[in-house]
Design a protein around this ligand. Structure first.
Ligand code: ATR
Length: 272
Protein backbone atom coordinates (compact mmCIF):
# COMPACT_ATOMS: atom_id res chain seq x y z
CA UNK A 1 0.00 0.00 0.00
CA UNK A 2 1.53 3.32 -1.10
CA UNK A 3 0.96 6.29 1.17
CA UNK A 4 -0.22 9.73 0.07
CA UNK A 5 -1.61 12.73 1.94
CA UNK A 6 -2.82 16.29 1.64
CA UNK A 7 -0.98 18.79 3.80
CA UNK A 8 -2.41 22.13 4.89
CA UNK A 9 -3.38 24.41 7.76
CA UNK A 10 -6.28 24.12 8.37
CA UNK A 11 -6.82 20.67 6.86
CA UNK A 12 -9.82 19.11 8.63
CA UNK A 13 -12.34 20.07 5.93
CA UNK A 14 -10.31 18.78 2.97
CA UNK A 15 -12.26 16.62 0.52
CA UNK A 16 -9.06 15.25 -1.03
CA UNK A 17 -8.97 11.95 0.93
CA UNK A 18 -12.51 11.17 -0.21
CA UNK A 19 -11.70 12.05 -3.83
CA UNK A 20 -8.48 10.04 -4.00
CA UNK A 21 -9.97 7.01 -2.25
CA UNK A 22 -12.79 7.02 -4.80
CA UNK A 23 -10.26 7.27 -7.65
CA UNK A 24 -8.23 4.41 -6.14
CA UNK A 25 -11.25 2.19 -5.80
CA UNK A 26 -12.44 2.90 -9.34
CA UNK A 27 -9.02 2.21 -10.86
CA UNK A 28 -8.02 -0.68 -8.59
CA UNK A 29 -5.03 1.13 -7.10
CA UNK A 30 -3.78 0.07 -3.66
CA UNK A 31 -3.17 3.38 -1.89
CA UNK A 32 -3.80 5.07 1.43
CA UNK A 33 -4.49 8.81 1.49
CA UNK A 34 -4.56 10.87 4.70
CA UNK A 35 -4.78 14.43 5.98
CA UNK A 36 -1.57 15.95 7.29
CA UNK A 37 -1.61 19.04 9.49
CA UNK A 38 1.48 21.24 9.74
CA UNK A 39 2.04 24.23 11.99
CA UNK A 40 3.02 27.39 10.14
CA UNK A 41 6.79 27.31 9.69
CA UNK A 42 6.94 23.53 10.13
CA UNK A 43 6.22 22.45 6.55
CA UNK A 44 9.70 21.09 5.92
CA UNK A 45 9.87 19.09 9.17
CA UNK A 46 6.47 17.49 8.60
CA UNK A 47 7.23 16.61 4.97
CA UNK A 48 10.71 15.29 5.83
CA UNK A 49 9.09 12.94 8.35
CA UNK A 50 6.44 11.83 5.85
CA UNK A 51 9.12 11.01 3.28
CA UNK A 52 11.29 9.22 5.85
CA UNK A 53 8.21 7.14 6.67
CA UNK A 54 7.95 5.99 3.05
CA UNK A 55 5.32 8.49 1.83
CA UNK A 56 5.08 8.52 -1.97
CA UNK A 57 3.34 11.83 -2.67
CA UNK A 58 1.62 14.87 -1.24
CA UNK A 59 -1.02 17.33 -2.29
CA UNK A 60 -0.43 20.78 -0.89
CA UNK A 61 -3.13 23.25 0.03
CA UNK A 62 -3.16 26.63 1.75
CA UNK A 63 -0.93 28.11 2.96
CA UNK A 64 1.98 25.87 1.92
CA UNK A 65 2.10 25.96 -1.90
CA UNK A 66 5.13 28.30 -1.90
CA UNK A 67 6.88 26.13 0.71
CA UNK A 68 6.25 23.11 -1.51
CA UNK A 69 7.66 25.02 -4.48
CA UNK A 70 10.89 25.58 -2.53
CA UNK A 71 10.91 21.98 -1.24
CA UNK A 72 10.89 20.45 -4.74
CA UNK A 73 14.18 19.60 -6.43
CA UNK A 74 12.61 19.17 -9.90
CA UNK A 75 9.83 21.40 -11.24
CA UNK A 76 7.48 21.25 -14.20
CA UNK A 77 7.15 24.34 -16.38
CA UNK A 78 3.67 25.11 -15.07
CA UNK A 79 4.87 24.86 -11.45
CA UNK A 80 7.83 27.08 -12.28
CA UNK A 81 5.50 29.62 -13.88
CA UNK A 82 3.12 29.54 -10.90
CA UNK A 83 5.96 29.59 -8.36
CA UNK A 84 3.65 27.31 -6.43
CA UNK A 85 3.36 23.52 -6.10
CA UNK A 86 0.25 21.54 -5.20
CA UNK A 87 1.61 18.08 -6.01
CA UNK A 88 4.84 16.55 -4.72
CA UNK A 89 6.13 13.14 -5.79
CA UNK A 90 8.93 11.38 -3.90
CA UNK A 91 10.81 8.95 -6.11
CA UNK A 92 14.40 7.69 -6.28
CA UNK A 93 15.52 10.24 -3.70
CA UNK A 94 14.17 13.10 -5.77
CA UNK A 95 11.35 15.52 -5.06
CA UNK A 96 9.21 16.33 -8.10
CA UNK A 97 7.00 19.42 -7.87
CA UNK A 98 4.03 20.08 -10.13
CA UNK A 99 0.97 22.32 -10.10
CA UNK A 100 -2.27 20.77 -11.33
CA UNK A 101 -4.62 23.62 -10.35
CA UNK A 102 -4.53 25.31 -13.74
CA UNK A 103 -5.06 22.18 -15.77
CA UNK A 104 -7.87 21.28 -13.35
CA UNK A 105 -9.60 24.59 -14.05
CA UNK A 106 -9.03 24.33 -17.80
CA UNK A 107 -10.38 20.75 -17.97
CA UNK A 108 -13.43 21.66 -15.94
CA UNK A 109 -14.25 24.52 -18.30
CA UNK A 110 -13.29 22.92 -21.62
CA UNK A 111 -14.29 19.29 -21.03
CA UNK A 112 -16.92 19.20 -18.27
CA UNK A 113 -18.68 22.47 -19.10
CA UNK A 114 -17.88 22.05 -22.80
CA UNK A 115 -16.93 25.73 -23.10
CA UNK A 116 -13.86 26.54 -25.20
CA UNK A 117 -11.22 28.92 -23.85
CA UNK A 118 -9.35 29.26 -27.15
CA UNK A 119 -10.47 32.36 -29.03
CA UNK A 120 -12.54 33.68 -26.12
CA UNK A 121 -12.24 36.93 -24.17
CA UNK A 122 -11.26 35.83 -20.66
CA UNK A 123 -11.42 37.96 -17.52
CA UNK A 124 -9.87 36.82 -14.24
CA UNK A 125 -10.75 38.62 -11.02
CA UNK A 126 -8.01 38.74 -8.38
CA UNK A 127 -4.23 38.66 -8.39
CA UNK A 128 -3.29 36.34 -5.52
CA UNK A 129 -1.91 32.82 -5.44
CA UNK A 130 -5.10 31.35 -6.86
CA UNK A 131 -4.58 33.36 -10.07
CA UNK A 132 -0.86 32.74 -10.29
CA UNK A 133 -1.53 28.99 -10.20
CA UNK A 134 -3.81 28.96 -13.25
CA UNK A 135 -2.50 31.58 -15.69
CA UNK A 136 -0.03 29.48 -17.66
CA UNK A 137 -2.50 26.64 -18.50
CA UNK A 138 -5.14 29.25 -19.46
CA UNK A 139 -2.70 31.05 -21.76
CA UNK A 140 -1.80 27.70 -23.32
CA UNK A 141 -5.41 27.53 -24.56
CA UNK A 142 -4.81 30.69 -26.62
CA UNK A 143 -7.69 32.92 -25.50
CA UNK A 144 -8.46 35.89 -27.77
CA UNK A 145 -7.54 38.07 -24.79
CA UNK A 146 -6.75 37.60 -21.11
CA UNK A 147 -7.49 40.40 -18.67
CA UNK A 148 -6.69 40.40 -14.95
CA UNK A 149 -8.69 42.82 -12.82
CA UNK A 150 -7.66 43.47 -9.24
CA UNK A 151 -8.52 45.95 -6.51
CA UNK A 152 -4.80 46.56 -6.04
CA UNK A 153 -3.89 47.17 -9.68
CA UNK A 154 -0.13 46.94 -9.14
CA UNK A 155 -0.50 43.25 -8.17
CA UNK A 156 -2.33 42.54 -11.44
CA UNK A 157 0.38 44.40 -13.34
CA UNK A 158 3.11 42.34 -11.66
CA UNK A 159 1.34 39.13 -12.69
CA UNK A 160 0.85 40.35 -16.27
CA UNK A 161 4.55 41.13 -16.44
CA UNK A 162 5.57 37.79 -14.91
CA UNK A 163 3.43 35.79 -17.37
CA UNK A 164 4.15 37.89 -20.48
CA UNK A 165 6.44 35.15 -21.83
CA UNK A 166 3.46 32.76 -22.02
CA UNK A 167 1.09 35.17 -23.74
CA UNK A 168 -0.41 38.63 -23.70
CA UNK A 169 -1.99 39.58 -20.36
CA UNK A 170 -3.75 42.86 -19.68
CA UNK A 171 -3.91 44.22 -16.11
CA UNK A 172 -6.64 46.64 -15.02
CA UNK A 173 -8.57 47.94 -12.04
CA UNK A 174 -12.30 47.23 -11.71
CA UNK A 175 -13.27 50.73 -12.94
CA UNK A 176 -11.63 50.04 -16.29
CA UNK A 177 -14.11 47.18 -16.93
CA UNK A 178 -16.93 49.69 -17.33
CA UNK A 179 -18.38 49.36 -20.83
CA UNK A 180 -16.60 46.08 -21.60
CA UNK A 181 -17.91 42.51 -21.72
CA UNK A 182 -16.26 39.07 -21.63
CA UNK A 183 -16.98 35.48 -22.69
CA UNK A 184 -15.51 33.85 -19.57
CA UNK A 185 -15.27 35.57 -16.18
CA UNK A 186 -13.43 33.67 -13.46
CA UNK A 187 -13.66 34.84 -9.86
CA UNK A 188 -10.33 33.97 -8.23
CA UNK A 189 -10.57 36.50 -5.41
CA UNK A 190 -11.13 35.41 -1.83
CA UNK A 191 -14.39 37.41 -1.67
CA UNK A 192 -16.75 34.42 -1.80
CA UNK A 193 -15.25 33.10 1.43
CA UNK A 194 -16.49 36.27 3.16
CA UNK A 195 -19.81 36.30 1.34
CA UNK A 196 -18.67 39.37 -0.60
CA UNK A 197 -18.00 39.99 -4.27
CA UNK A 198 -15.53 42.01 -6.34
CA UNK A 199 -16.72 45.53 -7.33
CA UNK A 200 -17.70 44.65 -10.90
CA UNK A 201 -19.40 47.32 -13.00
CA UNK A 202 -22.70 46.31 -14.62
CA UNK A 203 -22.61 44.99 -18.16
CA UNK A 204 -19.56 42.68 -18.10
CA UNK A 205 -21.76 39.57 -18.37
CA UNK A 206 -23.53 38.69 -21.63
CA UNK A 207 -26.07 35.92 -22.38
CA UNK A 208 -23.19 33.74 -23.53
CA UNK A 209 -20.78 34.49 -20.70
CA UNK A 210 -19.55 31.63 -18.53
CA UNK A 211 -19.32 32.90 -14.93
CA UNK A 212 -16.97 30.66 -12.94
CA UNK A 213 -16.26 30.95 -9.22
CA UNK A 214 -13.15 29.05 -8.13
CA UNK A 215 -14.71 28.66 -4.69
CA UNK A 216 -17.33 25.92 -4.34
CA UNK A 217 -20.35 26.13 -2.10
CA UNK A 218 -23.77 24.57 -1.71
CA UNK A 219 -25.60 27.72 -2.81
CA UNK A 220 -24.66 30.41 -5.33
CA UNK A 221 -21.83 32.69 -4.19
CA UNK A 222 -22.53 36.47 -4.32
CA UNK A 223 -20.50 36.61 -7.56
CA UNK A 224 -22.61 33.87 -9.16
CA UNK A 225 -25.83 35.47 -7.87
CA UNK A 226 -24.81 38.68 -9.57
CA UNK A 227 -23.95 36.82 -12.78
CA UNK A 228 -27.32 35.10 -12.69
CA UNK A 229 -29.05 38.44 -12.11
CA UNK A 230 -27.30 39.82 -15.18
CA UNK A 231 -28.36 36.81 -17.28
CA UNK A 232 -24.94 35.25 -17.72
CA UNK A 233 -25.23 32.23 -20.01
CA UNK A 234 -23.66 29.67 -17.68
CA UNK A 235 -22.79 29.52 -13.98
CA UNK A 236 -20.24 27.20 -12.38
CA UNK A 237 -18.45 26.87 -9.06
CA UNK A 238 -15.03 25.35 -8.39
CA UNK A 239 -16.06 21.84 -7.38
CA UNK A 240 -15.23 20.45 -10.81
CA UNK A 241 -11.83 22.14 -10.67
CA UNK A 242 -11.17 20.57 -7.27
CA UNK A 243 -11.87 17.08 -8.61
CA UNK A 244 -9.97 17.65 -11.88
CA UNK A 245 -6.82 18.91 -10.15
CA UNK A 246 -6.99 15.82 -7.92
CA UNK A 247 -7.39 13.56 -10.96
CA UNK A 248 -4.28 15.06 -12.56
CA UNK A 249 -2.29 14.52 -9.35
CA UNK A 250 -3.57 10.93 -9.18
CA UNK A 251 -2.50 10.37 -12.80
CA UNK A 252 0.98 11.76 -12.05
CA UNK A 253 1.39 9.37 -9.14
CA UNK A 254 -0.34 6.23 -10.44
CA UNK A 255 -0.12 6.50 -14.22
CA UNK A 256 -3.88 6.10 -14.70
CA UNK A 257 -6.45 8.80 -15.39
CA UNK A 258 -9.51 8.36 -13.19
CA UNK A 259 -13.04 9.24 -14.25
CA UNK A 260 -14.12 12.44 -12.53
CA UNK A 261 -17.82 12.95 -13.25
CA UNK A 262 -19.14 10.41 -10.77
CA UNK A 263 -16.92 11.68 -7.95
CA UNK A 264 -17.95 15.30 -8.62
CA UNK A 265 -21.61 14.28 -8.50
CA UNK A 266 -21.08 12.40 -5.24
CA UNK A 267 -19.33 15.39 -3.68
CA UNK A 268 -22.10 17.67 -4.86
CA UNK A 269 -24.57 15.56 -2.92
CA UNK A 270 -22.37 15.44 0.18
CA UNK A 271 -22.00 19.23 0.17
CA UNK A 272 -25.66 20.00 -0.52
P1 ATR B 1 -4.74 33.94 -2.55
O1 ATR B 1 -3.26 33.85 -2.64
O2 ATR B 1 -5.38 32.80 -1.83
O3 ATR B 1 -5.40 34.26 -3.85
P2 ATR B 1 -4.55 36.61 -1.62
O4 ATR B 1 -3.18 36.72 -2.12
O5 ATR B 1 -4.87 37.21 -0.28
O6 ATR B 1 -5.03 35.14 -1.53
O7 ATR B 1 -5.51 37.20 -2.72
C1 ATR B 1 -6.85 37.46 -2.46
C2 ATR B 1 -7.41 38.16 -3.70
O8 ATR B 1 -8.77 38.51 -3.43
C3 ATR B 1 -6.68 39.42 -4.04
O9 ATR B 1 -6.69 39.59 -5.43
C4 ATR B 1 -7.54 40.49 -3.35
O10 ATR B 1 -7.43 41.77 -3.92
P3 ATR B 1 -6.21 42.73 -3.45
O11 ATR B 1 -4.99 42.19 -4.09
O12 ATR B 1 -6.59 44.07 -3.98
O13 ATR B 1 -6.19 42.65 -1.95
C5 ATR B 1 -8.90 39.92 -3.61
N1 ATR B 1 -9.91 40.45 -2.70
C6 ATR B 1 -10.10 40.12 -1.40
N2 ATR B 1 -11.16 40.79 -0.90
C7 ATR B 1 -11.64 41.58 -1.89
C8 ATR B 1 -12.73 42.51 -2.01
N3 ATR B 1 -13.54 42.76 -0.98
N4 ATR B 1 -12.92 43.10 -3.21
C9 ATR B 1 -12.12 42.84 -4.26
N5 ATR B 1 -11.09 41.97 -4.21
C10 ATR B 1 -10.85 41.35 -3.05
Amino acid sequence: TDRYAVIGNPISHSQSPFIHQEFAQATGQDIRYEKLFADIGKFKEVVDAFVADGGKGLNITLPFKSDAFRYASELTERARAAEAVNTLTFRDGKVYGDNTDGVGLVRDIVENLDYPIGGQRVLILGAGGAVRGVLEPILEQKPASLTIANRTVIKAEALAHHFARYGKVEAVGYDALDGRSFDIIINATSTSLNNEMPPLPHGVFTPRTLAYDMVYSSGLTPFLQRAQGENAGMLADGLGMLVEQAAESFAIWRGVEPETRKVTNMLREVLA
